[in-house]
Design a protein around this ligand. Structure first.
Ligand SMILES: Cc1ncc(COP(=O)(O)O)c(C=O)c1O
Length: 383
């Protein structure tokens, strides 16, 4: 049987899109920053949306037990993670979910740990809730980026309320090993830290790696952990606005009851039910999208090796974001600005992920091979 293929939408059609990726820049700019895929959505999701729109079924999101049931089944089949559907709660999106959990668990001025470089909105969430950011950066080693467990322990000893974990990691494309998550869970229990695990990129883990849901590693993790995730990244539907929160421990579940009820009904009805369909019927599309992304991550590697070998690129183990070190290109203090001004190519600036990575850019390769070729040509134009 032939494999289901997910092929990118043409550039001409993408340029008519109304999303921020296609509206944030002038029309001559090739935009590869925002984490959206240039892929058509899965048919079952399209069918559901068409049906709801044509039935004028666009009211507020009410009870949706299907959310927990579909996620629990998907999590068990995909990752062997067993959870109770009743411990799954709806959230407006991942960002709003994390902000509301932070509001519940912290007072302004409390200390919250993160590890840079990290998805820039981790900083936004910390700022929004007026907590103090404690950064324990990843360590750059000859084998790639490593977590600093000793640094995390030292920080925990100084009094950390919440640890914001990006699992798998954006922008490093890194999947945590079970031992790493266990070490974090044990330390968190010892020092009274709550771990919020943002697992939005998890469905996009490539086959050579195993994604480990934080709560799946056992009682200790369940006693300290809260997972926030969504189908929005994996199935390319972030504009639909829906996410989920998962707990697996009575004390954590009790905490969840104190979250504002608005967190649920501020999610969109389209997003809530599209999420259910993604988990129930979206696996074939997801695997097709992963095959295209798998091919693209190596296509980009070959392109860079052939055309600009000075760029350092470790092929990611999940998702579609390449974290590129452009130091050797000498593009000035802010390479992403140079690329935008001179090459008309938009990439995410490294400094938005960490003050220590100004020479990096994040490159979204969920695009056609033609777009990737054009993007690399535009970088070359700046040299
Ligand atoms: C790690 C991570 N968390 C959260 C989000 C955003 O999620 P949401 O739109 O549901 O707030 C993104 C988007 O790229 C992300 O990479």
């Amino acid at each position: 049987m032939s494999q289901y293929e997910v092929k990118p939408i043409s550039l001409a059609q993408l340029r008519t899109h109304k999303s921020s990726k296609w509206r944030d820049y002038d029309p001559d700019v090739l935009p590869l920053p925002v984490a959206e895929m240039d892929f058509p959505i899965a048919d079952p999701i399209r069918d559901l949306l068409l049906e709801m729109v044509s039935n004028s079924d666009l009211g507020y999101l009410g009870p949706i037990p299907e959310l927990g049931i579909s996620f629990a089944l998907f999590a068990q089949q995909r990752w062997g993670w067993v959870l109770d559907p009743l411990e799954v709660y709806a959230s407006t999106d991942v960002g709003v979910g994390i902000v509301e959990i932070l509001r519940l668990l912290t007072q302004p001025g409390d200390r919250v740990l993160l590890s840079s470089p990290i998805y820039h909105n981790f900083y936004t969430w910390v700022k929004e809730t007026k907590v103090e950011k404690v950064d324990v950066p990843f360590l750059e080693t000859s084998e790639g980026w490593a977590i600093d467990v000793a640094g995390i322990e030292a920080a925990y000893k100084t009094g950390i309320k919440v640890h914001l974990l990006c699992n798998p990691h954006n922008p490093l494309g890194r999947v945590y090993a079970r031992e790493e998550l266990l070490a974090i869970a044990n330390l968190a229990q010892e020092h009274g830290v709550v771990v919020i695990s943002d697992e939005i990129h998890a469905p996009l883990t490539f086959s050579e790696s195993t994604f480990i849901p934080f709560l799946s590693i056992g009682d200790t993790a369940q006693s300290v952990g809260i997972t926030v995730t969504a189908a929005s990244k994996g199935w390319n539907i972030p504009g639909l606005k829906a996410a989920i929160i998962v707990t697996q421990n009575p004390a954590m579940a009790a905490l969840m009851r104190d979250l504002p009820t608005a967190l649920h009904y501020r999610a969109s009805i389209l997003g809530g039910f599209a999420t259910v369909v993604a988990y129930e019927k979206g696996t074939q599309w997801l695997d097709g999208a992963l095959r295209t992304l798998d091919s693209n991550r190596f296509f980009l590697k070959r392109l860079l090796e052939e055309q600009i070998p000075e760029i350092v690129y470790h092929v990611p183990n999940c998702s579609y974001l390449a974290w590129l070190d452009l130091s050797a290109l000498k593009l000035g203090d802010n390479p992403s600005r140079t690329l935008l001004e001179r090459g008309r190519l938009a990439l995410s600036p490294g400094e938005s992920f960490s003050p220590n990575t100004p020479q990096y850019v994040r490159f979204n390769f969920a695009a056609s091979e033609e777009v990737l070729i054009e993007a690399v040509q535009r970088i070359r134009r700046c040299l």
